[in-house]
Write a protein that binds this ligand. Structure first.
Ligand SMILES: Nc1ncnc2c1ncn2[C@@H]1O[C@H](COP(=O)(O)OP(=O)(O)O)[C@@H](O)[C@H]1O
Ligand SMILES: [Mg+2]
Length: 272
């Protein structure tokens, strides 16, 4: 079966070459792949490269990004715009910074809806309330009237996840989506991703520097270091038998926490 996403990319920035070097990733339909790596290893660059959003940072991509067998790097900009946000959606780290403080939430959802449904613009509210229900936000018109400042960080992240799933994407790229959240809210959002992926048969690339979150959510993990994938495989296998010293060091750091059972998918507790 053709994987949903199969990619091999290299990326250079004008003043920094080799930021990604032959990074190969594969994600099956409905599968959640975890991408782990320390700060600066190139994780966000991968997220942006897959969506061809590197232009404004001056980044150039080589290689291929096969989505459903089609190379996204060969598409015209207009064709790419139809995929971005509709077939492949993106959720970022700072939910409050991603929302426009001047606009009501409903207005932002309406805009996001119209971008891909110009002919059915009036349907936005119906769909907005549907996705609010899916992300466990109040499915009420009153909530649509709120501004970002009237939300908790966790609620803001749920609004952004709601926006991301508005068009039923087949792939959701989440770049450190829980880093700005406290531990309890983090585990709630991880649970939400797990449920959404199952309910919507939505594949995910879940990016994090936190191996524990990744291990609890993802069936497979790729580990990035200095722009290269140094190890990838099934989560359990990797925990049992890490191939590289780097992975071993990462795992040892995690295992210093005696409450973590590494043979099983782990759930982040409120005390971690
Ligand atoms: N616009 C840019 N120009 C030059 N270098 C950049 C740019 N953006 C990011 N980088 C560099 O690319 C590397 C990878 O960055 P990034 O993808 O943001 O890593 P991560 O998300 O893993 O922290 C870093 O060394 C960073 O400094
Ligand atoms: Mg990053």
């Amino acid at each position: 079966m053709t994987p949903l996403l199969k990619t091999r990319i290299s990326v250079d920035y004008p003043n920094k070459a080799g930021v990604l070097r032959d990074v190969e990733l594969e994600i099956g339909e409905g599968e959640i792949l975890g991408l782990v790596g320390e700060s600066g290893s190139g994780k966000s660059t991968i997220a942006l490269a897959l969506l061809r959003l590197l232009d404004h940072k001056g980044g150039s991509i080589k290689g291929e990004v096969l989505f459903d067998g089609q190379d996204l790097l060969k598409l015209k900009s207009r064709e790419m715009r139809r995929i971005r946000g509709r077939e492949i959606a993106l959720v970022l780290q700072s939910p409050l910074a991603s929302l426009n403080p001047a606009l009501r939430i409903g207005t932002q959802l309406a805009e996001a809806w119209r971008a891909h449904n110009p002919g059915a613009a009036k349907k936005w509210k119906e769909r907005a309330l549907e996705v609010f229900d899916l992300v466990s936000l109040p499915a009420e018109e009153g909530f649509l009237d709120r501004h970002a400042r009237q939300l908790s960080v966790g609620q803001a992240q749920r609004v952004l996840i709601a926006m991301a799933i508005l068009h039923k994407p087949r792939l959701l790229i989440a770049d450190e989506p829980t880093s700005a959240l406290d531990a309890i809210t983090q585990s709630e959002i991880l649970e939400l991703f797990r449920n959404l992926s199952r309910q919507l048969n939505m594949a995910m690339l879940f990016i994090s520097h936190d191996l524990l979150s990744v291990a609890s959510l993802c069936s497979r993990i790729a580990i990035l270091r200095n722009g290269r994938v140094i190890e990838s495989g099934f989560t359990e296998q990797m925990f049992r038998d890490p191939r590289t010293d780097d992975t071993r060091a990462l795992l040892q750091a995690v295992m210093r926490n005696p409450f973590v059972d590494v043979a099983q998918p782990v759930t982040r507790g409120a005390d971690s």
